[in-house]
Design a protein around this ligand. Sequence first.
Ligand code: RAT
Ligand code: ZN
Length: 426
Amino acid sequence: MNVPNTNNDAEIRTTDQLKTTISEVVHTQKITDIHTHLFSPPFNELLLWGIDELLTYHYLIAEVFRKSDVSYQQFWSMTKAQQAELIWQTLFIENSPISEACRGVVTTLNELGLDVGSRNLQDYRDYFADTTVEDFIDTVFESANVSKVVMTNDPFDPAESPVWESGDTGDTRFEAALRMDVLINSYEDTAYEHLRGLGYEVDPILSSEKSYKEVRRFLETWIQRMDPKYMAVSLPPDFQYPDDGVLGRLFDNCILPISREFNVPFALMIGVKRAVNPQLKMAGDGTGKADLSSLEALLRENPDNKFLVTLLSRENQHELCVIGRKFKNLMIFGCWWFMNNPSVIEEITRERIELLGLSVIPQHSDARILDQLIYKWKHSRQIIADVLVEKYQSILDVGWTLTHSEIERDVNNLFGGNFERFLNGN
Ligand code: RAT
Ligand code: ZN
């Protein structure tokens, strides 16, 4: 049957029209950035911004040691300003800044209207010295065209506690995610003592009904305090489920029931090998390929739970898409960390769209420094637009018709709609 097109907007007929429309829609669509390490202003020094923070991003710290003779000990005894100067000198002046992390700094400065041709670090410092953080948040959100960012909030971090206790996290564009790395990955070393100190009657190996109940009470308290969009954990590549250790007991008796009860999805970020080179501190983590049969088991055995998943190994990405086809309780998101490079983003985005259509969240920024929202989104938007042109073109070629509003609908879903629907659905 021939269904009339009820859209009153123009049909897209040519490749030029398609390119122009996609470029316009992808660049004007506001984004919900579902995973960052940014903080709203009341968190004070946890909110990082400015040129020295940009230059001392841990992705750049890993790179500077490859090109400078500085020793670990010398580097870590420098002030932040000195570290920034060394990185600037080594990676931007003595070498051309074409790695993705370096290029990001250049894009950001350029988008802020600074003269990247001058290569004058002092000028960049002066620009930030003349700006307030509140004004800069507006500048960045506007330039990146982001409407909301989800923070990473650690209930075990004493630096965050006062803000949560005050009940006022300020700017509502910053939303919470309850991060559970300490609870899950360091229960026996750190979390157990911490919970006891707070009056939760847990045992050292989490082996009793009483302990489960107490951890659930802890999670409930934090869910009520933070109103998180999701709970999250990063896991090593050898993560296993089902599991008869602390992780399995935490998942089955504490986190999954709470996640269902409060309709707060559980985000799994799988594939990080922490401290492969501890000398690099935060820059010292690596990646490994995971056995995704554990993820399949988790999805299969917990069909009433919702999982957001991103993986750190390129080799796992295709398999993840296939799993996505099998389980509607899985929402795949973002090109995480070592995946967040143009060639890999392009490959993964294409693969996801081919296998899962428009039912994914193609990207998050992982920004740690506010300014990075600018480059991370500028770079990713361009790649997503290119992939979409290719995919829409392939159906136009065989007679499908498309309108501006249909493309707008699709991009809106990719950049926020799918996330909202996943959170709000049952
Ligand atoms: O991308 C990063 O900045 C990493 O250091 C990690 O924070 C990672 O994204 C994570 O959330 O564990
Ligand atoms: Zn992260």
